[in-house]
Design a protein around this ligand. Structure first.
Ligand SMILES: [Fe+2]
Ligand SMILES: [Fe+2]
Length: 194
């Protein structure tokens, strides 16, 4: 586990002015931020690192309730052609970059929070975990409570389990896996093959 210091960037403590979020979405993002804050404190991260974690948490779904058409307008190339559920992360990251909010690690955590990415360090991993483990989601509550109770101590073990379950859900629904997701999973298990 490593924690990048990142470069300087504006650290807003609130949702961005351009957020398109329902009240329920804001509650979800606040629970994600709260979970991440607890882990960051448990890991003894300094205040500036914790502020970056909060920034990622509050921005990750900032555009989730915007129409797909508007999200695609913020994107170009392959990203603009992503499936609808995958657009909001890259679109929010694009807005953050436009407005110099955060730093590259924060923006990439937001960009890839739905699919995972092998370049994730602690921040990106934390957002990926918290997005699935936050207590208000209302599915597999016992399992998710048990996994939360193992954090932040058993970081790699829980990350592997959450990644397995998130990918399993995609397979169950006969949905495609993004290459980033496969690489993220391989980064979790490749050591076991060597
Ligand atoms: Fe999301
Ligand atoms: Fe989310």
């Amino acid at each position: 586990m490593t924690e990048g210091t990142g470069s300087a960037g504006a650290v807003a403590a609130e949702f961005p002015s351009w957020a398109r979020m329902t009240a329920a979405r804001r509650e979800h993002a606040l629970r994600v931020a709260g979970l991440m804050e607890g882990w960051a404190r448990g890991l003894d991260l300094p205040a500036d690192a914790r502020a970056r974690w909060k920034l990622a948490a509050l921005h990750h779904d900032a555009l989730k309730d915007a129409p797909a058409r508007e999200l695609r307008e913020l994107l170009s190339g392959d990203e603009a052609r992503l499936a609808e559920p995958l657009l909001h992360g890259p679109a929010a990251a694009a807005r953050m970059e436009e407005e110099a909010i955060g730093d590259p690690e924060v923006c990439d955590a937001v960009r890839y929070h739905t699919v995972g990415h092998p370049s994730f360090r602690l921040l990106g991993q934390a957002l990926y975990l918290a997005d699935w483990l936050e207590p208000g989601r209302g599915f597999e509550d016992d399992l998710r409570r048990r996994l939360r109770s193992r954090l932040p101590g058993d970081w790699d073990g829980v990350l592997r389990e959450v990644t397995r379950r998130r990918i399993g859900d995609l397979l169950e629904k006969t949905l495609p896996l993004r290459p980033e997701t496969v690489a993220f999973w391989n980064a979790r298990v490749v050591e076991g093959l060597s």
